[in-house]
Design a binder for this molecule. Structure first.
Ligand SMILES: [Zn+2]
Length: 355
């Protein structure tokens, strides 16, 4: 997955898309690098090697099969993508691109999400975290976008249903961007409850309105929670407790998957979630998984572009999965303020007061 590294200086397949993207890039102030780069994964691995978490065990994934990818992507799309092996090409004017080894990397990303679900299904672990790239939640049945080629979490959910016998799968997407691809794939599927908390449109990708709840048999199994810029731990945790908990109670999932992006962290600028916030959200999902699905809980990495908050965010999640008590970030500092208020209280009593 480190071999997926589009380089704008390489020569890309010529054509209208290349011209358009080059025009867009030329309009930027200064040089442009592909934002979703291999350093994201190495930063996470380096931190976990440097500060190992007792109880966390590493396993390798493998490439997803054509059959696994075909459950959520069309034949025509897969044929088009597979023809890009060995080439550099733009896939969307949003600058999503492939380098020569990107298709193989994307197959391994999807296959590793599948492997994480299989590890949990086999009972080798209660929970798992698929550290993968390219990410997946923007990839639609027939379209790559948002740096995503194959929809990893959707491939994993479809595999859980088709091959492992789980009928009802809940997907929680806390990446700051709306998971338009995952929503599309399961839009009319009553057996996948898709819950997405994200920064509201017009923020990229512009979808995920409150009123978008699915259609057909799947009407009611899409839940969007659009949030204003700057929302932090208290708002996220309120959304989890007031919306996701009763939704899970109603849906009774047999497996919970999480599209875990770390771009809601305040380092990534769009939102204000802290490490303690990610840990607390993990604690709520872990409790839901233990209540409804024997603890089966699988995280799949999505976005997160600040390497510090990406790596420390993943670590905060893993610590809770490995047994740490989840914090209560909303109460951070409250006890100290109460103690300080008591300490200073007498200082501010007016001199002529009777009190
Ligand atoms: Zn994102």
């Amino acid at each position: 997955m480190l071999a997926h590294k589009p380089d704008p200086d390489a020569s890309f397949l010529p054509g209208r898309m290349d011209k358009r993207v080059r025009q867009i890039l030329a309009g930027l102030n200064g040089p442009w690098k592909y934002p979703e780069h291999p350093g994201r994964l190495t930063a996470i691995k380096q931190l976990l090697d440097l500060e190992p978490i007792p109880g966390v065990h590493f396993e390798s994934g493998s490439a997803a099969t054509r059959e696994q990818l075909n459950r959520v992507h069309t034949n025509a799309y897969l044929e088009d993508i597979f023809q890009l092996r060995g080439k550099c090409a733009w896939l969307d004017v949003d600058t999503t691109a492939v380098s020569p080894d990107s298709i193989a990397a994307a197959e391994v990303a999807a296959g590793t999400a599948v492997a994480a679900v299989e590890a949990v299904a086999a009972g080798r672990t209660e929970s798992a975290f698929a550290l993968v790239r390219p990410p997946g939640h923007h990839a639609e049945p027939v379209r790559a976008r948002g740096f995503c080629l194959f929809n990893n979490v959707a491939v994993a959910a479809a595999h859980a249903q088709a091959a492992l016998g789980y009928r009802r799968v809940m997907i929680v997407d806390w990446d700051v961007h709306h998971g338009n691809g995952t929503q599309d794939i399961f839009w009319a599927d009553p057996d996948v409850l898709f819950c997405d908390i994200h920064r509201a449109a017009p923020f990229y990708p512009g979808s995920g309105r409150l009123e978008d709840i699915g259609a057909g048999l799947g009407e009611g199994t899409t839940v969007n929670i659009p949030m204003p810029a700057g929302s932090g731990d208290a708002a996220y945790l309120k959304a989890f407790r007031d919306i996701l908990v009763p939704a899970a109670q109603w849906f009774e999932p047999e497996l919970i998957l999480v599209s875990a992006g770390f771009d809601p962290h305040w380092n990534d600028l769009a939102m204000n979630v802290s490490y303690e916030g990610f840990a607390a959200m993990t604690g709520i999902l872990q409790a839901l998984a233990r209540k409804h699905c024997d603890g089966r809980l699988v995280f799949v990495l999505e976005g997160g572009y600040n390497l510090t908050s990406l790596s420390h965010g993943v670590k905060a999640v893993l610590e809770v999965l490995a047994g740490a008590e989840p914090p209560q970030p909303e109460s951070c500092g409250i006890a100290e303020v109460e103690a300080a208020a008591a300490y200073h209280r007498e200082a501010f009593i007016p001199p002529d007061s009777d009190a």
